[in-house]
Design a binder for this molecule. Structure first.
Ligand SMILES: Nc1ncnc2c1ncn2[C@@H]1O[C@H](COP(=O)(O)OP(=O)(O)O)[C@@H](O)[C@H]1O
Ligand SMILES: [Mg+2]
Length: 212
């Protein structure tokens, strides 16, 4: 089992949006997947309510239940756990980072967002965790992307797929779907599938640890 944590202190950068669409893309690629939501805002839980039990399974948990939930998931056939975290620096967020095999740090292409990754990055470095930035909500092209990409690349690994700002993400979320379900042939779906493939490849070297 591998734990992929969407984390950054900066609210609105796209943690929940990427979490659900990546989890759906991973499920569509044939993996067994579940989502744990640690954010009291319950964005993902609301999303899941509209799916009427369709995979991936979603559970909302508090920080003190994280270890127990992961231990339980290791005993069932769950290959990937996507962990969605709140946009605050809290002991719970640190526990989520500590439990992860890969932290994904979404960042919008603005100077304020670039500065905003610092506290999250500090926690990831302290806990010596693997991580990658994902540029999200970008314009289709332009200098802003290049500047932020250069800034992020100087701090760590940047996923080689940018997620463009597209209505499909907002509409899919509203309908309880991943973008690959909402508009399977659209460009947003294509970007998410490519990002999932990048993540899958990056986490390949990590062994799937199952409970005895
Ligand atoms: N790639 C994207 N394209 C369009 N809208 C997006 C994209 N990513 C996120 N959003 C929108 O931005 C807002 C914040 O996203 P959300 O995933 O809730 O952020 P976070 O969980 O980091 O607070 C939501 O309204 C969401 O629909
Ligand atoms: Mg969120």
């Amino acid at each position: 089992m591998k734990v992929i944590t969407l984390v950054t202190q900066k609210g609105g950068s796209g943690k929940s949006t990427l979490c659900v669409s990546l989890a759906v893309a991973a499920h569509e690629a044939g993996h067994s997947v579940c989502i744990l939501e640690m954010d009291r805002q319950a964005t993902v839980t609301q999303w899941a309510k509209q799916r009427h039990g369709m995979d991936p399974e979603v559970a909302q948990i508090s920080a003190d239940k994280l270890d127990g939930a992961l231990t339980k998931l290791r005993t069932v056939d769950c290959e990937y756990v996507f962990l969605d975290t709140p946009g605050i620096d809290s002991p719970g967020t640190n526990l989520a980072i500590a439990a992860s095999d890969l932290c994904l740090v979404p960042c919008r292409p603005t100077p304020a967002d670039l500065k905003g990754v610092a506290p999250t990055l500090g926690a990831i470095f302290r806990l010596e965790k693997d991580f990658a930035f994902v540029l999200n909500q970008t314009p289709p092209k332009g200098i802003r992307i290049k500047e932020t990409a250069e800034g992020l690349s100087s701090l760590g690994v940047l996923a080689d797929v940018n997620i463009v700002m597209r209505n499909d993400h907002q509409d899919a979320m509203g309908k309880g779907e991943g973008v690959t379900e909402f508009n399977p042939t659209g460009p947003a779906a294509e970007e998410i599938r490519k990002l999932w493939a990048w993540i899958d490849n990056r986490t390949k070297a990590i062994p799937h640890v199952k409970a005895a």
